[in-house]
Design a protein around this ligand. Structure first.
Ligand code: NAP
Length: 263
C-alpha cells in the first residue's frame, strides 16, 4: 500500500545492494512514498525478489544486476538505467560487505583490498558515472536537482580492534561524502551519508547474546528498549535525506545507532 501523500512521487531512485537488508528496506520505503525504483544487487535472484515486492506499489521498477565495485559494470549500469528512466533524482550507495575480524598485523593484503574495493571504490564509481549525468539533468529553478545518500557506518567514525579494514573503508565514505558535497553544491545536488550502528540484517548475522554483550560493553546504547535496530530504522532516515525536508543539508553524516555514541 502506498502512503497517502506519496512524497517521492515523480522521483526516480537507484539503490545499490537492494536485494537484502537495509537496501531492500530503503527500496520498499521509497516505493511506498511513490518513487520509481531501480534495484541493484550483485545477486540476480535477490534483486529480482525485491523488484517483485516493489511491484505491489504499482510504480515503475526494475532490477540491474551488477558488481558496483567494477568500473565496466557500473558504466554498463548507467546505459541500462538511462535506457529506461529519463533522470536520477535519488542515488543511494548502499552495497557493502562486513568486516573480516582480522588484526592488522595478520590481515592478508587481499582482505584489505577487497574492503576498499567493495565498500569505498564502489561509491566513488557510482558517484562519478551517475553524478556526471545527474549534474546535467533539468531541475526547476531554485530546487534541488538530486540527492546522493551514501551508506557509511558508525564504525567509520570510531575504529575498533579487528575491524580495521571495514572501519577505514567506511571512514573513507564519510570523507568522500564531504568532498563530493563541496563539488556538487553548485549543481544543487546534496550529498549526505548515514552511519548505522547495529542493525539486524543478513550481513550482521544472528544477534547472539555474546555479540550483543560485547557491543554493549564497547558502546552502550542509550535506548534501552531497542539494543539492535531494524533495516526500517535506517530506511526512515534515508527517506528524510531523499525528501525535500533535508534540502538545506549537505556533506553530513548522520549517526543512527539507538544512542550508541561512538566517541
Ligand atoms: P546485506 O544484508 O548483506 O545487504 C547488502 C547487499 O549488497 C547484499 O545483497 C550483497 O550481496 C550486496 N552486495 C555486496 N557487494 C556488492 C557489489 N559489489 N555490488 C552490488 N551489490 C553488492 O547488508 P546490510 O546489513 O543491509 O548492509 C547494507 C549497508 O549498510 C552496507 O554498506 C553495510 O556496511 C552498512 N551497514 C550495515 C550495518 C549493520 O549492522 N547491518 C551497520 C553499519 C553499516 P552479497 O550478499 O552477495 O554480499
Amino acid at each position: 500500500m502506498t502512503c497517502e501523500d506519496e512524497r517521492l512521487r515523480g522521483k526516480h531512485a537507484l539503490i545499490t545492494g537492494a536485494g537484502s537488508g537495509i537496501g531492500k528496506a530503503i527500496a520498499l520505503r521509497f516505493a511506498r512514498e511513490g518513487a520509481e525504483v531501480v534495484v541493484n544487487d550483485i545477486k540476480k535472484e535477490a534483486a529480482e525478489s525485491t523488484v517483485d515486492e516493489l511491484k505491489e506499489f504499482g510504480h515503475e521498477c526494475f532490477a540491474i544486476v551488477a558488481d558496483v565495485s567494477d568500473s565496466d559494470q557500473v558504466q554498463r549500469m548507467v546505459k541500462e538505467y538511462y535506457s529506461k528512466f529519463p533522470s536520477l533524482e535519488i542515488l543511494v550507495n548502499n552495497a557493502g560487505i562486513g568486516g573480516s575480524m582480522n588484526r592488522v598485523v595478520s590481515m592478508p593484503d587481499e582482505i584489505w583490498d577487497r574492503a576498499m574495493k567493495i565498500n569505498l571504490r564502489s561509491v566513488f564509481l557510482m558517484c562519478k558515472y551517475f553524478g556526471k549525468l545527474m549534474i546535467k539533468q533539468d531541475a526547476p529553478e531554485g530546487q534541488v536537482r538530486g540527492k546522493i545518500i551514501n551508506m557509511s557506518s558508525a564504525r567509520g567514525k570510531k575504529g575498533r580492534a579487528n575491524f580495521a579494514e571495514y572501519a577505514a573503508s567506511k571512514a573513507g565514505i564519510v570523507s568522500l561524502t564531504q568532498s563530493l558535497a563541496l563539488e556538487m553544491g553548485k549543481h544543487r545536488i546534496t550529498v549526505n551519508c548515514i552511519c548505522p550502528g547495529v542493525i539486524h540484517t543478513p550481513m550482521y548475522g544472528p544477534v547472539t547474546a555474546e555479540a550483543l554483550a560485547s557491543a554493549n560493553q564497547i558502546e552502550p546504547p542509550c535506548l534501552d528498549y531497542k539494543p539492535v535496530g531494524d533495516p526500517e530504522d535506517i530506511a526512515n532516515v534515508a527517506f528524510f535525506l531523499a525528501s525535500s525536508d533535508s534540502d538545506y543539508m549537505t556533506g553530513q553524516s548522520l549517526m543512527v545507532t539507538g544512542g550508541r555514541l561512538f566517541v
